[in-house]
Write a protein that binds this ligand. Structure first.
Ligand SMILES: *Cc1c(COP(=O)(O)O)cnc(C)c1O
Ligand SMILES: [Zn+2]
Length: 429
């Protein structure tokens, strides 16, 4: 077996087709690939050759999916076993008004909110649900702040596997809850927060033999690595100086470091970009650990407008620390006001994102103001989710319910009379 499950802590390995999320020693598992063998088989041209033409009704994963294009580095399954929408192939935007505001000339936005269900979670879920079906799982489950459940529900529906999602009661954005219900997930609203839901789902999955698709699941992280592959491939294999991302449960932070490390081991890139993980000040356990030199993991009671990163006890802590060590990475934090103002700027250039995604942009701006990111460096910020995911947060920002909204665009009530409309419009035109 060339790919396997491996414990980074004690080195024990397990076959890929064994249902397990943790090592016997308690460590979290990696999917590892035989990089030495792949080094001779895989060239940059291997991936260049997998072109995507006009969309066709029958998905050919290697050709159509921005995840499975890199399948040797993701999961070695036969193409017929793959559950794909397809996902990935997301745009890399650039806009002078946003670059000016942030203070970096060469700012690129990798928009993962333009995946099939509106977040990067699809990249992990195509792999996770493929593995679930390959293992013959009777059902799949996750705990979620919203996007994971939306994605799980969609991919499980596509694969014809029942899905169960555990969501914290009342703390999930409307767009995400709507998706879970619409795609047919059995939806459990837990009277507690995300961390409670997380503990419950792990317990129940182990007890009832349901396949767990939280970010603890190593196969999801393999899919999320493709964000990095696609960014660097899209830049003609020239890594940027920085890759900046929002950090909640730390799955992406873990996946990004692993992806970069593997690209370097394979000789596909020479130099590594630095990772910058951005947390909300009200949900900053990783930031606090970072400030202590990662001497210990920290747990907080999380509170932030950015529900996708409202996480107090991040699951992928160890692997995220490893990512920062590999990439000389850093962690920063931004306030909810900074997040919502950054979101308003991203929205106003006509692109848009959900609050958690904007933390990445707010983070770049902060790091520039602190002199850590230089204005002439190339920076890729990852927008993790779509504007439409959380209409409530956007509307409250613009309608005066949000304190210190610096870029609010208030709707204006008006009488149904052409005369008055003209009078008002003449003032602004
Ligand atoms: C899941 C999610 C995050 C957090 O990612 P982690 O891998 O849990 O750190 C950030 N933004 C959005 C939109 C998400 O859906
Ligand atoms: Zn172990």
């Amino acid at each position: 077996m060339r790919s396997q499950l491996e414990c980074p802590q004690c080195g024990t390995s397990y076959p890929l087709n064994e249902v397990r999320y943790l090592c016997n020693c308690g460590g979290q598992l990696d999917v590892t690939h035989d990089l030495l063998a792949l080094r001779t088989e895989i060239k940059r041209a291997t991936f260049d050759a997998r072109h995507r033409g006009a969309p066709q009704p029958c998905v050919q994963p290697e050709r159509d999916s921005g995840v499975w294009r890199y399948r040797e580095l993701i999961l070695p399954v036969p193409p017929a076993a793959i559950v794909s929408r397809p996902e990935g192939n997301t745009p890399l935007y650039q806009h002078p008004r946003l670059s000016d505001w942030v203070g970096v000339d060469d700012l690129l936005l990798k928009h993962e909110g333009e995946n099939p269900t509106g977040s990067f979670k699809d990249r992990g879920m195509t792999v996770g649900v493929t593995q679930a079906r390959w293992l013959g799982a009777c059902a799949v489950a996750c705990a979620s702040t919203g996007n994971t459940s939306a994605s799980l529900a969609a991919y499980a529906a596509l694969a014809g596997i029942p899905s169960i999602v555990f969501i914290p009661q009342g703390k999930i954005a409307a767009g995400k809850l709507a998706q879970a219900l619409a795609y047919g997930a059995y939806t459990l609203q837990v009277a507690g927060d995300f961390d409670d839901a997380m503990r419950l789902v792990q317990h129940i999955c182990n007890e009832m033999g349901i396949y767990l698709l939280n970010s603890l699941n190593p196969f999801r992280l393999e899919g999320q690595k493709s964000i990095i592959f696609e960014i660097i491939h899209g830049l003609d294999w020239q890594p940027p100086d920085w890759i900046v991302l929002p950090a909640g449960n730390l799955g992406n932070t873990a996946a990004f470091g692993k992806a970069l490390h593997e690209l370097q081991q394979l000789g596909l890139i020479e130099r590594l970009p630095r990772l910058a993980a951005v947390q909300a000040t009200g949900a900053n356990p990783f930031y606090q650990s970072y400030r202590m030199g990662f001497r210990q993991a920290v747990t907080v009671h999380a509170e932030t407008i950015a529900t996708a990163i409202r996480i107090g006890a991040p699951v992928s802590y160890e692997r995220a620390v490893r990512s920062l060590r590999w990439t000389n990475g850093i962690v920063t934090q931004v306030s909810d006001t900074e997040i919502m103002d950054a979101k308003a700027m991203v929205d106003r250039i006509g692109i848009g994102c959900e609050p958690a995604s904007a933390a990445a942009v707010a983070g770049v701006r902060k790091l520039v103001s602190e002199g850590i990111i230089h204005p002439d460096e190339r920076v890729v910020a990852v927008l993790t989710g779509n504007l439409l995911k959380d209409p409530g947060a956007t509307v409250s920002y613009h309608t005066g319910e949000w304190p210190d909204a610096h870029f609010a665009n208030q709707p204006r009530p008006i009488a149904a009379q052409a005369e008055e409309v003209r009078r008002v419009l003449e003032k602004i035109l």
